[in-house]
Write a protein that binds this ligand. Structure first.
Ligand code: AQP
Length: 331
């Protein structure tokens, strides 16, 4: 057993990481790395459920690993690795899928959102995505899973699968994980449509700020971000979702409470607030992007980080899948 509580989380390399992913996930990971035994994964198997582009995928994987480090994760403290390099993730997925009720999967809102009207033509991987996610977490007996609110339902499903498995085999094989959701950055919304979350795979690039965007592009996107016609700045996510989303982003980057942000800007025009917002985003993310590029240039260093990470993850995964196989009679 490990002494420190274990944390597992990951991001799909479906595109360049957005400020939604950064504020909803990576920023919290950085804050957790001392206190917990952390595993942070590039979930490349998950990304096969959407848009197939091998060359882009390779590039995103490298960029995202480098960004984890540039954003402040210390590879000496945390395990950084690629999901596809630890084959036990796929193996456990199959086993867990035999312990997962179809009705549970039918309730998953992410599948409904992503498949939309194309449920019949959507791939099976997209449907069973949450089982792979459960395998990611349960394989390491993680206690804590830091995620944005969009993933909460998947963590609840992971708990259901673990509880049901443990009950069936009559032994506490899997640790029941808890989701940890940052209350402020739980859901950063699209800059074009505040009813949709900001997503790295949204077809519209101006709906999001990518961590790789340059200063000029960030200013342009923030200036173009949709807002209402009200002449003042106020926070009301129900009646004024667009400006409230921008206030949330400002608050997350500066750590200034939302009410204080409103007080500081209430007499200003939207355009003035937007300039100030662009400034704080640029100040935070442009240095991270520059560092990411530097790290990417050092191919040997990147390879060494992922090799070490894979080794550490694989050691835990092999041991735990062995226990699972034994209890279900296929060892
Ligand atoms: N808009 C968001 N606000 C807060 N947190 C977010 N996360 C994603 N979008 C937001 C959190 O980022 C982590 C990684 O997500 P993922 O890549 O595994 O999948 P996702 O949740 O589906 O993220 P995207 O950006 O929307 O990816 P695509 O476009 O490929 O589907 C998770 O912790 C997530 O909660």
């Amino acid at each position: 057993m490990h002494n420190k509580k274990r944390v597992f989380s990951g991001i799909q390399p479906t595109g360049k990481i957005t400020i939604g992913n950064y504020l909803g996930a990576i920023k919290n990971w950085v804050a957790m790395q001392q206190q917990y035994d952390c595993l942070f994964c590039i979930v490349d198997l998950h990304s096969l459920t959407s848009n197939f582009n091998p060359q882009e995928l390779q590039e995103n994987i490298r960029y995202n690993i480098a960004l984890y480090i540039a954003a402040g994760l210390n590879p000496d403290n945390v395990t950084i690795f690629r999901q596809s390099k630890v084959s036990e993730h796929s193996e456990l997925t199959w086993i867990l899928s035999c312990f997962t009720q179809m009705g549970w999967l039918n309730r998953m809102t992410q599948f409904k959102d992503k498949a939309g009207k194309n449920k019949e033509t959507a791939n099976l991987g997209l449907y069973s995505y949450p089982v792979l996610m459960a395998a990611d977490i349960l394989l390491y007996n993680a206690n804590i899973v830091p995620v944005g609110e969009d993933q909460k339902q998947h963590i609840e499903l992971t708990r259901d699968i673990a509880i049901s498995f443990n009950k069936k085999v009559g032994k506490e094989i899997f640790t029941i994980p808890d989701a940890v959701i940052d209350s402020k950055a739980k859901r950063i919304m699209s800059l074009k449509d505040a009813s949709k979350k900001m997503s790295k795979s949204d077809p519209s690039d101006i709906s999001r700020i990518n961590m790789s965007d340059n200063e000029e592009l960030i200013r342009k996107k923030i200036r173009k971000a949709k807002t209402d016609d009200a002449p003042c700045i106020s926070y009301n996510p129900i009646d004024r979702p667009e400006i409230s989303n921008l206030i949330d982003i400002y608050s997350c980057f500066t750590e200034i409470d939302v009410n204080k942000v409103v007080k500081n800007f209430e007499l200003m025009k939207n355009s003035e607030f937007k300039e100030a917002l662009a400034d704080v985003i640029i100040k935070k993310i442009c240095p991270i992007h520059q560092k990411t590029i530097q790290i990417m240039e050092d191919k040997e260093y990147l390879e060494e980080i992922t090799k070490n990470g894979t080794m550490k993850a694989k050691a835990i995964a092999e041991k735990n899948i062995g226990i699972v196989k034994q209890i279900i009679g296929i060892s």
